[in-house]
Design a protein around this ligand. Structure first.
Ligand code: SF4
Length: 236
């Protein structure tokens, strides 16, 4: 039997209401199914496969949004990696026409599609994995560092509001490299930057262990990074 691919966005999940996924706006989050990277600390493994189980039909999502007009202010496309899907631009356009602001959570894994959707987006939560030369060790995909930074540069050139985030697991990055990464982002003009520490349960790479640094080293690091970029935030 031939199974035809759906000619619509593959949606693996939906959070109907959140206050934390789009700055200062009530939003919902649409989880786009599938990711072409395999970040070793990924704890969202059910979103990596391209088959949504059970998933939502795109019409179901549109019906939901229709009923939320006037209640929700923004719709966030998250993942997985939304850019993996060729029907993303059409889906974003439809949501735009319904009057919602549109947010995008992405690591920019497909720069060409990122440049296509950027003009339709109001805010981006952008995942900076590491310095370009060290990213492939996290994502386990060759060339991902170059794509991650190519998309970051597109974002910087677009003048769209954004926040950069980096997830830290101390077996994958050390303090010195995090300092260099922060310096590089500050030099490029990134202002809104959050460092979050990886959740260590349910990670894709089961050989990774706990990710801990002694408290005084964390405090020293925070102080160093804050000197480099005073607006940096830490999500512990
Ligand atoms: S980019 Fe990495 S962390 Fe995000 S969904 Fe894909 S594999 Fe997981």
């Amino acid at each position: 039997m031939i199974v035809r691919a759906r000619r619509e966005l593959r949606v693996g999940g939906l959070t109907p209401l959140t206050t934390i996924d789009y700055p200062d706006h009530l939003s919902c989050v649409i989880y786009c199914q599938g990711c072409s990277w395999r970040c070793r600390y990924c704890h969202n493994q059910e979103m990596i496969t391209t088959n949504p189980e059970p998933g939502y039909g795109w019409n179901q999502v549109l019906n939901f949004l229709n009923k939320r007009r006037g209640l929700l202010e923004a719709v966030v496309f998250s993942g997985g990696e939304p850019l993996l899907q060729k029907y993303l631009p059409q889906a974003v356009e439809q949501v735009n026409k319904m009057g919602f602001k549109v947010g995008l959570h992405t690591a920019g894994s497909i720069p060409i599609r990122f440049s296509q959707v950027l003009p339709l987006i109001d805010w981006v939560g952008f995942d900076v994995k590491d310095l370009p030369s060290d990213t492939d060790n996290i994502t386990q995909v060759k060339g991902s560092g170059q794509k991650n930074w190519q998309s970051l540069k597109l974002l910087l050139a677009s003048h769209i509001d954004f926040q950069c985030r980096t997830t830290v697991h101390w077996q994958l990055i050390d303090e010195q490299r995090l300092v260099r990464l922060t310096e590089r982002l500050a030099d490029l003009g990134v202002v809104d930057y959050v460092i979050q520490f990886s959740r260590t349960n349910h990670m894709l790479d089961s050989t990774l262990g706990y990710s801990v640094l002694p408290g005084e080293r964390i405090e020293q690091l925070k102080s160093t990074l804050t000197n480099i970029l005073p607006t940096i935030k830490f999500a512990l």
